[in-house]
Write a protein that binds this ligand. Structure first.
Ligand SMILES: [Mn+2]
Length: 328
């Protein structure tokens, strides 16, 4: 058995000094995607099977596309719950650090510093936990968690398999983007065998486009520009675009992934205005000789070599037929 996995399993399942079960916060990162919420809900199911007092908590709620996930309806977002529950252990999924996860303030509000367990696959992870189960070659945090369950010999039920398969499918673009490794496919196969509901995941997370969502894609595609000197294809979405249609930020997410299928350039970029006065950039590449996390880092962002992002204060403006970011 892998020692670290064994230590984590022992920690979460053992009783506290007072003889009570541990009080564990299970935390997906804010604005949760399929990977972080899939991992967190799978971990919640695992903890419950050992009688652990586990609470699913996230700073923000999830999109309707993820409402099918088991336990998603139990998700709490009220910061005062941390004062009430006084968690002794905090498990964070798919986040490079607790600030990105959106729980640093909550951790600081506890009377006693909690024990932190960190499950992730981002190579920018700061190893912020007391235990860090971080595997940067994994396609998703749910693949990391699947490895963890294998190490401790935890048998996966169909509910857990659906949660884990969701993260694997959403982070690999249904096994199509460069994160799709042999082990990702093998893990996907194992999860389907364990009862993971591939069809339901596909219907909820992918075949879920609305008419207004597709119209937004139309706007994005009509503004598409190529910068040959930067090997870049880019487009922009303003608040006015997003607010003129009944769409959520989730509807915009797939545009960068879609632009990544352009063969003429190596880098895809989508700039979108956020509600709070920022411009968010989503960078993608399919090429091994390009590291888009380095580009994101120049703007204070981060992420993966092939998928990264950044946020800068400002808004989008069209100047002489070209879009730029201007400060307000
Ligand atoms: Mn992930």
């Amino acid at each position: 058995m892998q020692p670290l996995a064994h230590h984590i399993h022992t920690h979460v399942t053992e009783k506290t000094a007072a003889g009570a079960p541990r009080r564990v916060a299970v935390v997906p990162h804010k604005n949760p995607d399929g990977d972080t919420l899939g991992a967190a809900t799978a971990f919640l199911e695992y903890l419950r099977s050992y009688g652990v007092d586990a609470t699913l908590w996230c700073k923000t709620t999830y999109s309707s596309a993820l409402a099918f996930l088991p336990h998603a309806d139990e998700l709490r977002s009220d910061p005062q719950l941390w004062r009430e529950k006084q968690f002794d252990t905090v498990c964070i999924f798919d986040a490079g650090d607790p600030v990105f996860a959106g729980v640093q303030d909550c951790i600081d509000s506890l009377d006693k510093k909690p024990f932190i367990i960190n499950f992730d696959h981002h190579f920018t992870n700061t190893n912020f936990g007391n235990y860090n189960f971080v595997q940067v070659t994994a396609a998703s945090t749910t693949e990391v968690l699947h490895n963890y369950f294998q190490h401790i010999g935890h048998r996966i039920n169909s509910t857990t398999a659906t949660s884990l398969l969701t993260g694997l499918m959403t982070d690999t673009g249904n096994f199509s983007n460069p994160a799709t490794s042999a082990s990702a496919l093998a893990t996907g196969g194992a999860l389907m065998k364990a009862g993971g509901n591939y069809g339901a995941i596909l219907n909820y997370t992918y075949r879920n486009k609305t008419l207004d969502g597709l119209k937004l894609w139309g706007i994005a595609l009509s503004r598409l520009q190529i910068k040959p000197e930067l090997d870049l294809a880019y487009t922009v979405l303003t608040r006015a675009d997003i607010e003129s249609l009944k769409v959520t930020d989730g509807d915009v997410e797939g545009v960068a992934n879609f632009l990544n299928s352009i063969g003429e350039t190596k880098i895809a970029l989508v700039l979108k205005e956020t509600q709070d006065g920022f411009v968010k950039g989503s960078l993608r590449t399919t090429h091994d000789d390009v590291d888009v996390s380095a580009i994101a880092a120049m703007f204070g962002g981060g992420g993966h070599k092939k998928a990264s992002g950044f946020s800068v204060r400002g808004k989008l403006a069209e100047v002489g037929g070209e879009w730029t970011i201007v400060s307000e």
